[in-house]
Write a protein that binds this ligand. Sequence first.
Ligand SMILES: [Zn+2]
Length: 330
Amino acid sequence: MILMTETIIEQIGPDLFRTEIPLPKNPLKATNSYLIIGKERNLIIDTGMNREECRTAMMDYLARLDVDLEKTDFFVTHLHTDHIGLVDVLLKENAEAYFNEPDAEILRQENLWELVCQLSAQHGFPVEEVDSAIDAHPGQRYSPENDVNYKMVEDGDVLNYGRFELHCVKTPGHTRGHTCLYDPNLKWFFSGDHILGDITPNISTWLIESNPLGEYFQSLDRVAGMEIELVLPGHRSLIRDHNKRIQELKEHHRRRLDEVFSIVIKHGPCNAFQTASYMTWDLVAAGWEDYPLMQKWFATGEALAHLRFLEVEGKLKREISEEVMYFYAQ
Ligand SMILES: [Zn+2]
């Protein structure tokens, strides 16, 4: 039996509500789903995963605020299932779901998981564990079941809902097409997973030619230059001082880069999986061996993003040995 607690709905301002859609057994705990009530149409920003607990919380949220889905559009900040998961279930025929092309392209990729599987083995993730890691991956288990005919937004596009004038701000890093929404009148910024308060957004990759951490730093600088009074993130609490938080996030990744560089200096050529095993992680477990498989998976992707950044900076080089990629200091 699933024990249900009543969904907490918070009114943030006139016409704007937030609820936390629960993510059971997930370190993120919940996804913030924002609802803007407009005269003609409403907008929901991010939805939670395609799983029972999220669906129940979402339906409760909508029922209690008397939201008519026929008059409700959706905006998805990025492709991760804790944001996009319920869009296909909730979207009515005449409603719009706004999304971005770079992330949509990844979701359209045929054999996405086979590809990810091959790539992770190339970065040292133990081949015998790849299948179980993929089976456990929330992106595999809780993503939307049906294709959605998304309306793609570009940087600078403006969406008007109620008293909100929402400008699309492309912030690649957490994902390639990650897009935030900014209201320049209210100076409110819906940040998705680009800026989070109590936790650090995961910056990871399996695609070695990309440099997501480099893009992330640029996207942080872009937002640092904006006039923002309130950040409304995809998880956890709202943020008042965006520049302070951006500074902390940049320092966090700089420290991580120093750590990864010292690991390669100390241990010699390392693949991403080995590097992750030497890094410090904020997890309750005796050691790397005891970490849940899924956390090792995310850790390896994150290690790779840092190794790749150091390679682009010219501090590391790569070599392939028996189909596995290793990084070494120049
Ligand atoms: Zn998220």
